[in-house]
Design a protein around this ligand. Structure first.
Ligand SMILES: NC(=O)c1ccc[n+]([C@@H]2O[C@H](COP(=O)([O-])OP(=O)(O)OC[C@H]3O[C@@H](n4cnc5c(N)ncnc54)[C@H](OP(=O)(O)O)[C@@H]3O)[C@@H](O)[C@H]2O)c1
Length: 231
């Protein structure tokens, strides 16, 4: 399988890449801003089946052409795209500067959306796009102070998943969104210091990987809450 993990330098994305790389026949392209972390991940793979590309999603459009060139040189088609990358800034709505709010929207919504548009022509029937959202962006979930822009950006990527499933349906390409509850990662620790998440990054990575492989047989255009608690 040819798989792109967008945002795989740390946290859940990194664990997904580690799991995927254990299968000799997978070819994996991993992105992120941290070049050093990308190199470490790539050089640590037993089967040398990981390629990397440095991308800042908040300015992805500038690098779209060179990214596509890198993808095409490595894989003829893309079977799975996992949009893991995300950023979380906690601040009351009234204190947010527009620049920061836009940066989060770019990273969590416009960047992944552009990534889908770039990769879509390389996807054949049976391919699967998995967008990673959050319980904060799940309709009717409990909402938390300071998470307005983050939650809204995650609701946007979830809604986009529903819409794109419709647009890509005739070509047999499925699009789903997983609305995660809390997972023990650096993002979680920075956002909620002293709190303990119910799920480890490894556990969630295994679930997402299996869903990416098989979920498209039973789900399309769905926003699925993946949480034992809320959030
Ligand atoms: N952990 C949770 O409790 C939780 C709950 C709900 C949803 N989620 C979602 O799950 C996903 C993974 O979260 P995580 O906890 O594993 O986070 P994490 O440890 O902070 O990892 C985030 C990943 O996104 C990449 N990234 C962030 N900003 C980027 C940018 N501007 N351009 C390119 N890549 C960028 C990071 O790579 P670089 O730093 O190398 O750029 C990193 O690989 C996120 O979308 C998050 O919103 C997490």
């Amino acid at each position: 399988m040819n798989i792109i993990v967008n945002g795989g330098t740390r946290g859940i994305g990194k664990e997904i890449v580690v799991l995927l790389s254990k299968e000799k026949d997978h070819r994996i392209l991993v992105t992120g801003r941290n070049a050093k972390a990308l190199n470490l991940i790539s050089s640590g793979s037993k089967y040398k089946n990981i390629a990397t590309f440095v991308i800042d999603l908040s300015i992805f459009d500038d690098r779209q052409k060179s990214f596509l060139k890198a993808v095409s040189s490595m894989m003829k088609n893309v079977d799975i795209l996992i949009n893991m990358a995300g950023c979380l800034v906690i601040k009351d709505f009234m204190e947010f500067h527009n620049d920061k709010a836009r940066e989060m929207m770019e990273t969590n919504f416009f960047g992944p959306a552009s990534m889908i548009r770039a990769i879509r022509p390389l996807m054949k029937k049976g391919s699967h796009i998995v967008n990673i959202s959050s319980m904060g962006g799940y309709q009717g979930s409990s909402k938390y102070r300071g998470l307005s822009y983050y939650s809204a950006s995650k609701a946007a990527i979830s809604c986009l998943s529903e819409c794109l499933a419709e647009e890509f349906r005739d070509d047999g390409i499925a699009v789903n969104s997983l609305a995660l509850g809390s997972v023990q990662t650096e993002m979680f620790e920075a956002a909620f210091p002293g709190h303990k998440a119910d799920v480890s990054a490894k556990e969630m990575a295994k679930f997402i990987m299996e869903f990416a492989f098989n979920g498209n047989r039973l789900f399309n255009g769905k926003i699925l809450p993946v949480a034992v608690n809320n959030p």
